[in-house]
Design a protein around this ligand. Structure first.
Ligand SMILES: C[S@@+](CC[C@H](N)C(=O)[O-])C[C@H]1O[C@@H](n2cnc3c(N)ncnc32)[C@H](O)[C@@H]1O
Length: 361
């Protein structure tokens, strides 16, 4: 395995490239990136072949903002069209036993055209891999996942990822259905964020009925809808109009106020969510203020990306949060992701686990 293959949203290849270079270097690995605009993936070529396996173990996938998925792999070119199965099996013969096979493509228009073929080849390929003891018949947790990323009908990257450090989803994409009564499409962003950032077994207790939420920049109410759906009581802050059906639930209070000035009367907010379109550093400073003053426990917010240097902008904001919270002795968990439903923005989750009381009392 000589490279790490990374899936990203089409158009964000340079950000994904900068990110893997940064994290690989931080762990002491060297290599170079091959990336073409609008292809939906980048390839990090390691100077030493075995480093690709170490990178996908040692770099925490949760710290990769622009990567939807990754795997350690190699390129298989010029597969004979009459027998692509054997070419892939041959490339995978040294893999440790995998529990699952995902035959994927980059998330681009060209990639979508290959998906029918990917579905078609999946069954014969899986059978052939089972026969050679490369993939298990029944999926098992904690075993590696085998990936075959078809770029054309006879070229693919073939490799594996570790289930403890990858995306659980096919092509790294969580597809969600738009609720028929959802006030705006951006409701899917918050739904995806809850699914991606909160482990399944904790979702019902961490986002639970009766909790209190604040939604900054709430109108028309797509994000508020997700909090209401989970049984929360929400203060929706925005000068615009809120969706009538949401207001009729009795779970929402609408405040026509400036989201940068609004603060709750009590420090008892379970969830602060924020989708205001503003400079990322300005939103970041607001979130830091809410965190160090213990106004809210958990946060999900969007950072709108600039046209250029998106990677730099994201890492600047994440560093600001880390430095400020460390300075004030706040304990927290932080994760950020360019979600499938995000476009020119990323979504950040901050879970404040402890704030020294002297900071705010
Ligand atoms: C992208 S929209 C939010 C969409 C919403 N999350 C949804 O799902 O329906 C951004 C909203 O932020 C509001 N906004 C922008 N600046 C604001 C501010 N300083 N205070 C309050 N709201 C603000 C805008 O009025 C707008 O409704």
């Amino acid at each position: 395995m000589s490279c790490v293959v990374i899936y990203c949203r089409s158009g964000f290849e340079s950000d994904a490239a900068a990110e893997i270079t940064f994290h690989a270097a931080e762990q002491g690995f060297a290599g170079y990136v091959k990336a073409k605009p609008n292809t939906g993936y980048v390839v990090y070529e390691c100077f030493e072949a075995h480093h690709s396996d170490e990178i996908i173990k040692k770099v925490d996938f949760k710290n990769m903002v622009f990567a939807r998925q990754w795997f350690a792999g190699k390129l298989v070119e010029n597969m004979p069209v009459e027998d692509r199965v054997s070419a892939v099996v041959d490339a995978a013969k040294e893999f440790t036993l995998c529990s699952e096979l995902r035959v994927e493509t980059p998330d681009t228009n060209e990639g979508k055209e290959l998906l029918t073929f990917c579905k078609k080849i999946s069954t014969p390929l899986k059978k052939a891999l089972e026969k050679k003891n490369i993939v298990l018949r029944e999926p098992k947790v904690n075993r590696p996942v085998m990936h075959t990323l078809f770029l054309t009908n006879n070229t693919a990257y073939v490799g594996y990822s570790y289930s403890f450090n990858n995306s659980a989803y096919f092509m790294g994409i969580l597809r969600l259905r738009m609720p028929s009564d959802g006030p705006s499409r951006s409701t899917l962003k918050l739904d995806e964020a809850f699914n991606v950032f909160i482990p399944e077994q904790q979702r019902e207790t961490r986002a639970a009925p009766g909790m209190r939420g604040v939604d900054l920049g709430a109108c028309p109410g797509g994000w508020t809808y997700q909090l209401v759906r989970r049984g929360m009581f929400v203060s929706a802050i925005d000068n615009g109009p809120m969706n009538d059906d949401l207001m009729e639930t009795g779970q929402v209070k609408h405040f026509r106020a400036d989201g940068f000035k609004y603060r709750p009367e009590k420090r008892n907010i379970d969830w602060l969510v924020c989708d205001m379109v503003e400079k990322p550093t300005k939103v970041t400073n607001l979130m830091i203020d809410w965190a160090v003053n213990a106004y809210a426990k958990e946060f999900i917010f969007n950072l709108k990306l600039p046209m250029k240097k998106r990677f730099d902008s994201v890492y600047e904001c994440l560093t600001m949060i880390k430095e400020q919270l460390a300075k004030y002795g706040v304990s927290y968990e932080l994760q950020a992701k360019h979600l499938y439903h995000d476009r020119e923005e990323i979504t950040v989750h901050l879970n404040v686990t402890k704030v020294p009381q002297n900071l705010y009392s």
